[in-house]
Design a protein around this ligand. Structure first.
Ligand code: GSH
Length: 294
């Protein structure tokens, strides 16, 4: 357990490190504008997917706690991430990280207007990167196995992460850490099930696998388990060579790394959560109230 004093630090407003280089390289107008915040894990999912799928975008940093008018136009609850689709007149928008991920996966395969679409001789859609976050549509069961993992991440692992980081007394922190590890182990079971029941190598759980929807969805919290949770809760990820190798592939994946700031940004930005400061965020309020996450 670790009980650091609240030094009053708050969230950052600008990326650092590799993420800053990526943000700077994506500052010009494009068909897609990503409304994001440098510290936000839900944004990092979408940002990683854009990088991986090779979809061009403009990165636009906003402060979601200040609820600027242009954010509320694209995201009714004022949450990041959101996409503004500039090719429509007037522009349209998509919010909710998981919906955006589905949108991007379909967009990259089907949207002829995006400029990365190549029609091959068989008449099937392909993209310049040829990348996908899911197994092919011809294998619906393999896709369902990945979606089961993604569902577990959203409904079990993420709430457990916030309950743990927001727990204040020692007993609750111990219980929070135990429950978080249980949620991680639940994900491993789903990885093992997919490995046993499908020949697809979609997913970094496989040594030669490719980044999957579930990987993109969990990566930001796994990453924060290696810095924020270590710093504030003395957390250690579960042992086991297969799991540790998975974590290494995940956090070192080039598309993910390009969206990572330096550790200090996350440590500072999560001090609010680690001390469960009042009105930290809609997510923190939902955890304290025991209601569903926004
Ligand atoms: N369910 C949303 C959650 C997004 C979310 O909570 N984003 C946070 C930043 S990490 C936010 O915008 N918070 C603003 C607030 O709490 O008012 C998603 O998956 O996109």
């Amino acid at each position: 357990m670790s009980n650091k004093v609240d030094s009053g630090k708050t969230y950052h407003h600008k990326c650092t490190g590799e993420a800053l280089e990526t943000a700077d390289a994506h500052s010009a107008p494009k068909d897609i504008t990503l409304f994001g915040s440098c510290f936000c894990p839900f944004v990092q999912r979408v940002w990683t997917a854009l990088e991986f799928l090779g979809i061009d975008y403009k990165n636009y940093e906003v402060d979601p706690y200040k609820k600027p008018a242009d954010l509320l136009e694209v995201s009714p609850k004022g949450l990041v991430p959101a996409l503004r689709l500039e090719s429509y007149n007037p522009p349209r928008a998509v919010n909710e990280s998981t919906v955006i991920l589905d949108f991007l996966e379909e967009y990259v395969h089907t949207a002829p207007h995006v400029g990365i679409y190549v029609n091959n001789k068989s008449g099937l859609a392909s993209t310049t990167t040829g990348r996908s976050l899911l197994p092919p549509v011809s294998d619906p069961y393999a896709r369902a196995l990945i979606r089961l993992q993604a569902d577990h991440v959203n409904r079990a692992l993420i709430p457990a992460f916030y309950r743990y980081i927001q727990a204040q007394d020692e007993e609750k922190q111990i219980e929070g850490g135990r429950a978080y590890v249980e949620a991680i182990n639940g994900l491993l079971k789903l990885f093992q099930r997919a490995q046993a029941e499908s020949s697809s190598t979609c997913g970094l759980w496989h040594e030669e696998g490719s980044l999957s929807l579930a990987d993109v969805m969990v990566a930001p919290w796994v990453f924060r388990s290696t810095n924020v949770l270590v710093h504030y809760r003395g957390f250690a990820l579960p042992e086991g060579p297969q799991f540790r190798a998975y974590v290494a592939r995940l956090v070192k994946h080039p598309a993910f790394k390009r969206t990572c700031s330096t550790e200090e940004l996350y440590i500072d930005s999560y001090e609010r959560y680690a001390h469960n400061r009042p009105n930290t965020s809609q997510v923190a309020n939902a955890i304290n109230a025991g209601t569903a996450l926004p």
